[in-house]
Design a protein around this ligand. Structure first.
Ligand SMILES: *[C@@H]1O[C@H](CO)[C@@H](O)[C@H](O)[C@H]1NC(C)=O
Length: 648
């Protein structure tokens, strides 16, 4: 039997751990080797007592350091602070890999030159201080991708140039970033980390564009001496037509060694997804594999790991990469336009990340990046995408183009202004929008129903034509017309990941009988309606109760007597709903019938959508022409006064 992916990763981590701890027997040996490649130019006394015998034969005694420039804890070296020593020469990172507890490295104010040392091999570093040297050149965009523990990055007063590496945006613990006094150019990447306390890019006078929102609370002196920057905290407003931007985030996908990025990030994401209790901060276990350890091409002892990764292609393919358009009516652009485009991270989940990319000639696109999508070969994938590209309906977000690469796929769609239903329901306060009222919610539910009905008629060969219906995959147009996204993907998603990732596999029929059915999307739809009407986030209800049964939003509603639905289930934020209570109850009963855990008894999609169409905005108002209901809706609701029978 094949090992599950998670196990493989754990094995890789463990094996790299072993390699590291065997490569140098002690901190002292590793440090002496490190020292041997340094040139000590001006200050002849620097590092003089390293390894000079007596108590000095070991760098640490408990928390006390015997050697100059060493920081110790419990007999282990955790920091190297070699500042103002006139050091130059080669920074032998490989030797430092033999100092397993190293978390902080400072070489500030020395005379090192050339490109930055390959610190990404020290994947557990929390602090990196390299300011005030003569480092120069470009830093690759993915440079920090495998250094997810980093909190403090000081590179100020060197001669670094090119783009500020986008991988800094992915360091979710970042506290301090000091880049002042270099020659960085381009735009400031769209930092999103609320953790950032100290940030300075001043005097990088080639930077331009809007300062990212999250940095607007910082002191203006963080951005001093740069003509081209605009937006808060500077007093210089940006030209409104200009979108805040960083072109290179999307390079995430292409111009890097994908496999190792996926694995590096995968560890963090997986541990989040599985809510595993292991603490990555624990210094003893916290060493994330550094990029080069995982890269079979990097010359590290890796007897048999390369095979599982397949070939790691990198920058080479970026130029030749081509987008495949699946629609005739969409504007053409190519991958390089996308890569140049201003981009912003919209969200990242366990399944994929999405980016908003504003092309220079106008259109704004969303790029979704999927890694667990190599179930099928290139041709089959293309065939399926073309099929999806032919779909056209008011309530579907059309696929515009895709990018195929063995290890990952990009799916490109239009950008939808109001964002997802999930944000509108659960995050509207944070984004400063009013809560959705009942008419808007009803309109959304009806639209989702229509979109699903269309998918069922156009993709009859798929067991679950949507397969991944949830509030974050329902986008809203300005008039609250909903657009379904991420539909029809089940055939191309890796089977072994599909059950962890996709909504269809959370259904009762999957958990009880390991199967999905034509009615599985109905179940997701029912749950979505419950979420919309209650304002409750379904994931908050997913757990096992005392008797070992799965609890979900539906069983919660079921546990509440109908006469209390009004006070306990309906979302108070829907506003005054006195005049529509009856219709809301009706809709909630339909949702419950959709959530019926026995799929034999569950409504089928056509029945569910028909019943939903009959729900009106106001109670007992036969002649009420809702602005949200079509003529046909009204016609079909006439004469329907008998209660729907849901006992089945
Ligand atoms: C940023 O760096 C500049 C130049 O060194 C300095 O004048 C300014 O005070 C710094 N600002 C902050 C907030 O660190």
């Amino acid at each position: 039997m094949a090992l599950p992916w998670t196990t493989l990763i754990i094995l890789i981590v463990i094996s790299s751990e072993i390699i590291v701890s065997c490569s140098a027997s002690t901190d002292a040996d590793a440090l002496l080797k490190f020292k041997s490649s340094l040139e000590i130019s001006s200050n002849k006394d620097a590092l003089v007592n390293w390894g000079s015998g007596g108590s000095s034969s070991s760098p640490c005694s408990g928390d006390k350091a015997n050697w100059v420039g060493i920081l110790c804890e419990k007999g282990n070296v955790w920091g190297l602070k070699l500042e103002n020593m006139g050091l130059k020469g080669n920074i032998d990172i490989e030797s430092l890999e033999g100092v397993p507890h190293l978390r902080s490295l400072s070489l500030m104010n020395n005379e090192f030159e050339g490109s930055l040392p390959d610190v990404k091999r020290l994947g557990a570093l929390k602090s990196l201080y390299l300011s005030r040297n003569h480092f120069s050149g470009n830093i690759p965009g993915d440079f920090f991708s495998s250094m997810l523990s980093l909190k403090k990055v000081h590179l100020a007063y060197n001669q670094l140039e090119g783009q500020i590496p986008w991988s800094l945006v992915e360091l979710h613990r970042l506290l301090e970033l000091r880049l002042e006094g270099n020659k960085f150019s381009g735009q400031i990447p769209n930092f999103q980390q609320k953790t950032i306390k100290s940030f300075n890019v001043s005097n990088n006078d080639q930077l331009h564009g809007q300062i990212p929102q999250i940095l607007s609370r910082l002191d203006p002196s963080s951005f001093s001496g740069i003509e081209g920057l605009c937006g808060a905290p500077l007093k210089k407003p940006c030209n409104a037509a200009k979108v805040p931007s960083i072109g290179s985030i999307i390079m995430v996908s292409i111009a890097v060694t994908l496999a190792l990025l996926a694995i590096g990030a995968g560890i963090v994401i997986l541990s989040r997804c599985n809510q595993s209790s292991s603490n990555e901060e624990d210094p003893a276990n916290g060493k994330s594999p550094s990029a080069s350890e995982l890269d079979p091409g990097a010359g590290v002892k890796s007897p048999d790991r390369g095979s599982s990764n397949g070939s790691v292609t990198g920058k080479r393919s970026a130029d030749s990469a081509k987008l495949s358009f699946v629609r005739e009516d969409s504007e053409r652009f190519d991958l390089s336009d996308l890569l140049k485009a201003s981009a912003e991270i919209l969200g990242s989940g366990c399944f994929g990340s999405s980016y908003k990319a504003a092309l220079t000639n106008g259109p704004v696109m969303v790029v979704k990046r999927f890694k667990q999508m190599n179930n099928v070969g290139r041709e089959e994938f293309q065939e399926h995408m073309r099929r999806i590209g032919r779909l056209k309906h008011t309530n579907l977000l059309p696929l515009v183009a895709y990018y195929y690469k063995k290890e990952e796929k990009l799916l490109i769609t239009d950008y939808v202004e109001k964002g997802s239903l999930a944000v509108q329901l659960h995050g509207h306060k944070a984004v400063g929008q009013p809560a959705l009222d009942w008419p808007a919610r009803l309109k959304i539910i009806k639209g989702v129903g229509k979109g699903l009905r269309y998918l069922y008629s156009e993709l009859p060969s798929l067991i679950t034509p949507h397969g991944h219906l949830k509030s974050s995959n329902v986008l809203l147009k300005a008039n609250y017309e909903p657009l379904l996204s991420d539909y029809g993907l089940i055939p191309v998603v890796n089977q072994e990941h599909a059950h962890e990732l996709m909504v269809a596999y959370k259904s009762p029929e999957y958990s009880q009988q390991s199967r999905i059915t034509k009615k599985t999307d109905v179940w997701s739809f029912g749950l979505l309606i419950l979420e919309i009407l209650s304002g409750q986030f379904p994931a908050n209800f997913l757990h096992q109760n005392k008797s070992g049964e799965e609890e979900d939003l539906a069983s919660w509603v079921k546990s509440i007597p109908e006469k209390e639905w009004n006070t306990r289930v309906f979302d108070k934020e829907m506003g005054p709903t006195k005049s529509s209570e009856g219709e809301m109850m009706k809709l909630l009963r339909i949702a419950m019938a959709c959530c019926e855990s026995d799929f034999e008894k569950r409504l089928d999609l056509r029945e569910a959508v028909e019943k939903i169409e009959e729900v009106k905005e106001k109670d007992g108002d036969e002649d009420f022409y809702s602005s949200y209901a079509s003529e046909a809706d009204i016609r079909s609701s006439r004469g329907l006064s008998d209660e729907l029978n849901f006992t089945m």
